[in-house]
Design a protein. Structure first.
Length: 285
């Protein structure tokens, strides 16, 4: 396995792999790898000849009061995990290498970026789309892999790829959960023991919603009211940014459902103490 920190070197290495006829799979990450990332790496290994991952904590996707500085980093541990999974290349650039001194361009995927998390994290998805496009241009992979935990990010990246005619296939991997159901996230490590025990309330609420809908409730406002009671009744939930039902493709909000609608996305973002967590499930209607 080779770790590359320069854009030119990465580009020429990937170009050579392509010329040799290799199919390249790419897993973009911000490091502090967990089973969720590793499951995406395994998908890439299954589908492709060579696998590259990026480890880059992207300042552009953090707001001024967010956790860019304290975001967990451990390149040694990540390198050893990646090596065990058979990753071929780690692209680990510095902020200066990625953005230089005078970066002016941002990519904005309109509408999809201003709802749900975008409403509470202005500029976040422009930061994500911009860095992902830059990484796609540098790595030049055939396929890229994203987790469904960041469902809105996945929809935005797919739209960017379609709108900008990018020559890359986007694959997604299911959410990986702890035994009690908590979705894996690098940010889980911020939680105290008691917060960790209570963080499961997010997944419990998603399941309450699923059960109410399975039981025949089609007024989603009623479902939401019940779920919000559950969330607000938990003393460790400091704030709920949203609990929404959305169309999985357009992310438009759904207030009612009828049989045959297909699937709807139930998604939540809430603060457990000072940690913002997100989770979602797809509900069959
Ligand atoms: O999902 C993430 O870890 C990040 O948003 C990504 C896609 C690596 C871009 O920085």
């Amino acid at each position: 396995m080779e770790t590359i920190d320069k854009i030119d070197k990465c580009r020429s290495t990937m170009q050579k792999l392509r010329e040799q006829g290799n199919k390249i799979g790419f897993v973009p990450t911000m490091g502090f790898l967990h089973e969720g990332h590793l499951s995406l790496i395994r998908m890439a290994k299954r589908d492709c000849d060579k696998v590259a991952i990026s480890i880059f904590v992207n300042p552009m996707q953090f707001g001024p009061d967010e956790d860019f500085k304290k975001y967990p980093r451990d390149i040694k541990r990540d390198t050893s995990l990646a090596e065990k999974e058979g990753v071929d290349y780690i692209f680990n650039p510095s902020v200066k290498e990625m953005y230089g001194q005078d970066h002016k361009t941002t990519v904005e995927v309109k509408e999809l970026s201003s709802v749900m998390c975008g409403k509470y994290r202005p500029g976040h998805f422009a930061g994500v789309a911009t860095v992902v496009l830059k990484l796609f241009n540098i790595i030049n992979a055939h396929k890229a892999y994203f987790g469904e935990k960041d469902y809105q990010q996945l929809v935005i990246i797919k739209k960017m790829v379609a709108d900008l005619n990018l020559d890359i296939e986007i694959e997604s991997g299911p959410i990986v959960r702890e035994e009690d159901g908590l979705a894996l996230s690098s940010r889980n490590r911020y939680l105290s023991r008691e917060e960790r025990e209570n963080a499961i309330v997010l997944y419990r609420c998603l399941n309450i919603a699923r059960d109410m809908i399975a039981g025949g409730e089609n007024d989603l406002e009623i479902v939401k009211k019940r779920v919000m009671e559950e969330l607000k009744g938990n003393e460790f939930v400091r704030k709920v940014d949203y609990f929404d039902f959305r169309d999985p493709l357009t992310l438009q909000e759904k207030k009612r459902i009828k049989k045959g609608d297909g699937e709807i996305l139930a998604a939540v973002a809430a603060w457990i103490g000072s940690t913002r967590l997100i989770d979602n499930i797809m509900i069959k209607v």
